[in-house]
Structures are given as C-alpha cells and as structure tokens.
Design a protein around this ligand. Structure first.
Ligand code: PM9
Length: 455
C-alpha cells in the first residue's frame, strides 16, 4: 500500500475524455504526431514532465509579492540565495529554459569540428551541439542499451570509453564534457556519485571543463541516497551539494526539478566564462537579473528548488513513478528497468516486435495509446533520435521507447491506475497495431514537427 501524498489539493482543472471516434479523428488530423494535438483533447497528459508541475501555494505567494522590474528585482535575490544554498553555486545566469542555457554554453565553447561527450545527450542538447558545428557523442555504460536488465546506476558514463575517446580525439577538440542527471534518454536512469566524481577527475586531468545537465538533479539525489553505499544516512541537500561540487558548471531546465512552469539556469564557476555568458545572455535572453523570464518566474524557481529537494516530496515522487512501472511490469508489459525517476519508458521493440524500426514502432504505440484511452505519451526512439542517410533512408535509433512522463504533483494514483489499465489492454491487442511511414521530418529536432501515415 503506497504512503499518502505529502500535500492536499487546493485547486482543480476539469478533464474531458473524448469518444474513441473523436480521438481517432484527432490523431489522423495531426499526422499521428501527438505534439500537434490540442491539450484539451488529451485526457491524461504524459507528453512531458517539463513545465507541467503543479506549483505550491508558497510558490504562487512568492510570485505575487515580487516586483516586476527590468533590473535588480527581489526575485533575483531569492534565486541567488536558493542557487547558493541548494546547489552551492556562486555564479549563474537565469535563462528562459534549459535549451537557452545550452545555446549560450555551446555558442561560447564549441567550434566547428569539436566533440562533446555526454553519458547521453537529450534531444535539445544534441541539437544545440550540432547547431554550433560540433558532434555530440554518447559514452554511456552498455547496460543502458538493455531495457530489461536491472541495475542501480544504468545512467552512468562509461569511464573507460571516456578515457579512450579523449585519447583518440585529443583534448583540444573537446571543449566541454557533459553528464546528464538523471539520464533521460536511457529511461530516466540515475548516475552514481562515484561516477560523477570519476568523470570530474578525468575532465580535470585533461583540463576540460565538466558541466552537469542537471535537469533532474533532485530525483538523481534520491536514487543516490536509496541505492549508493555510504549515502543511506546522508541528507538529500548534502548529496545535492556534493553532486554540484564536482562540476565547473551546469545547464538546468527549471521546468523539471525547479518545479516551475518556465525557466532555466546556466551555472558557471569560471569568472571569464561567466562574464561572456552574461554578455551573450543580454543579446539573446535579456538582462541577467531576469534572463528572458518575468520576475515572478524567478521567484517560483527559487521556492521550487527548495521544495524539489524536500525528502518527503522526493519519496512521494519516486513512489508514484514506481507505482505505474510496477503495475505494467507485473502485467508483463516490456518497460525500461528499473523504473527511472520521472517516467515509465515502454520498450517499443518488445511491445511491437512485428513492426520494424524503420516503421517507427514507438511512434505507432504513442499514437495508438491516445486512441485507446486519450493518454498522450511521447516517442523517444527512431523519430526522436534516429538519423536519415543521404538517400533519405531511416537509420533507426538504438533504443525505441514510448515514454509516459509523470508531471510533478499533478496526477493521483487513480489516474495512474487508469493509465496502467489502458496500456495493459493495448498490450493484449498489440498484434492489431500497424507501423507508420514518415511523410515529413525537419532536419533538427524532427520529432516535434514530423508527420506520419499508417502503413
Ligand atoms: N526535456 C522532456 O520532455 C522537454 C522537451 S522534449 C518534450 O524530457 C534534458 C535532460 C532534458 C531537457 C528537456 C532539456 C531541455 C535538457 N536536458 O525543455 O529547454 O530532458 O527547458 O530543457 C524535455 P528545456
């Protein structure tokens, strides 16, 4: 029996479930791409955990009591205090979301022909490195590519792969080493403290700056506490501080573990790089005390960082994601194991073995889940991470996931039971699901805008 949620509901938003016929009509009209659905046509929205959190009464209160000023608002001071207290970073730049932090960091560091290693790049990080003429390289441990295999820290960077890569490439071609916590692309899998420390040591040895992609740092810290030897009795806040202490900087989307609906942060220790980031930030984001946001958004993040590192909240968060994962696993639905920090990832290859990857099984599953129960997941497989060769042939991604991300503090366990029942009934009629042909795909971040037709 799960433990009760550490909050109660103060405001609600009605949900509507369209008829199956209507849902079929809607998915056809958007080219089988759920990004193009209207939110009000979705019953349970698990497209993303990004910017979809329910904010607390205290967050709303702080938003109301800050001035909206171009320069020097109190909300910036609140954010400065939280970033210093919680993440231990003296210098940072607020930005409007995570990819803006990536844009500034890579604009200042990556040159044509450079390489950026990461355990695994998420889609926007990958695209931002490419956009600056660099090549993103994934050096995750091999277990990450085996969805059904259990493991405590399947998000880790493979240290020997990293060492070999630096030796072969030369450190002068590597302007920065990134580490994504938790590893979203691999199923929201955590990275251990030992691994964070080791990556930072390798980076230091080669004089390469080491940055965390810290979108889900709080969820990662919970996994360290519950799984890593020696951290059982260490308070979450101390674990967080230690994680960040190894990094020269970080990119952060406050839309995840900032419990805010918009916002991001670029943390930088190096004074010169920080100065350059501020200068470029003014050109593309805004003055550094608001960074492309309304001042009230900074106040929401300042408070959100505190709530996201509350041990009771993290226990609830972890329990909720695990609840959905366990229900599916118990019914034999193939998922990424163990269940990650923010979402349940269904293995499209195993769910739909009769659909070859060039026919986008995870995309087909995502579209079918909407038709089955009005639930919106997201494809993280060949549409998101595959490539296309010169002749236009699809080169499949290694992993083929349909992700159901759980917005923070939004859905109850009854909602998740509905989701589990729907996925399980879809699994029972999986042989009826057909593959898709892609009819349109932009070059970068294709999955947001691509279109398909059924085969
Ligand atoms: N992640 C997600 O749903 C939102 C975009 S795809 C629907 O998982 C990592 C690890 C992310 C991430 C966004 C970003 C970019 C960087 N790194 O969306 O720009 O998971 O704030 O963050 C999404 P922004």
């Amino acid at each position: 029996m799960p433990e009760p949620e550490p909050f109660r509901i103060k405001m609600i938003e009605p949900l509507t479930l369209l008829s199956r016929e209507e849902r079929l009509k809607r998915i056809r009209s958007v080219g089988y791409n759920v990004f193009k659905l209207r939110a009000r046509d979705v019953y349970i929205d698990m497209l993303t955990d990004s910017g979809t959190s329910a904010m607390s009464d205290l967050q709303w209160a702080k938003m109301l009591t800050t001035e909206q000023a171009y320069a020097g608002s109190t909300s910036f001071e609140l954010l400065e205090e939280s970033v210093a207290d919680i993440l231990g970073f003296p210098q940072f730049l607020p930005v409007h979301q995570g990819r803006a932090a990536e844009n500034i960091l890579f604009s200042l560091t990556v040159r044509d022909g450079d390489f950026v290693p990461n355990n695994m790049h998420f889609d926007t990080t990958y695209a931002n490195v490419k956009h600056k003429g660099g090549t993103p390289v994934n050096l995750v441990v091999d277990e990450a590519y085996r969805p059904g295999q259990e493991g405590d820290f399947k998000g880790n960077m493979d240290i020997s792969k990293l060492r070999d890569f630096i030796d072969e490439t030369g450190s002068e071609k590597i302007p920065v080493i990134m580490l994504t916590v938790t590893n979203n692309t691999a199923g929201g899998q955590p990275v251990s403290m030992e691994n964070i420390r080791e990556v930072s040591e390798v980076a230091k040895e080669h004089d390469i700056p080491f940055f965390l992609d810290a979108c889900r740092f709080a969820e990662n810290s919970y996994f360290i506490k519950s799984r890593e030897k020696g951290y059982e009795n260490v308070p979450i806040r101390d674990i967080v501080r230690e994680m960040f202490s190894y990094a020269d900087g970080f990119t952060f989307s406050a839309k995840k573990d900032g419990l805010a609906n918009i916002g991001g942060i670029l943390g930088v220790r190096d004074l010169e790089l920080h100065k350059k980031a501020v200068e470029l930030g003014i050109v593309i984001e805004g003055f550094p005390t608001y960074g492309g946001m309304a001042c009230r958004d900074l106040a929401a993040i300042a408070q959100g960082l505190r709530e996201a590192t509350d041990p009771e909240y993290l226990r609830y968060r972890h329990q909720q994601v695990k609840y959905l994962g366990d229900r599916l696993d118990d019914a034999g639905v193939p998922i990424s194991k163990p269940v990650g920090g923010h979402a349940v990832f269904v293995d499209g290859k195993e769910f739909l073995p009769h659909i070859p990857q060039v026919q986008f099984p995870a995309q087909a599953l995502t579209a079918e889940l909407y038709v089955e129960g009005g639930i919106r997941g997201v494809e993280l497989g060949t549409s998101a991470f595959g490539e296309t060769d010169e002749d236009g042939n699809v080169i499949p991604a290694t992993l083929e996931y349909m992700r159901m991300a759980i917005p923070r503090r939004v859905y109850t366990l009854t909602h998740l039971d509905y989701v589990a029942d729907t996925v399980i009934s879809l699994y029972h009629r999986r042989d009826d699901i057909k593959g898709l042909e892609r009819t349109y795909a932009p070059k970068l971040l294709g999955h947001f805008m691509s279109e398909f037709k059924p085969l």
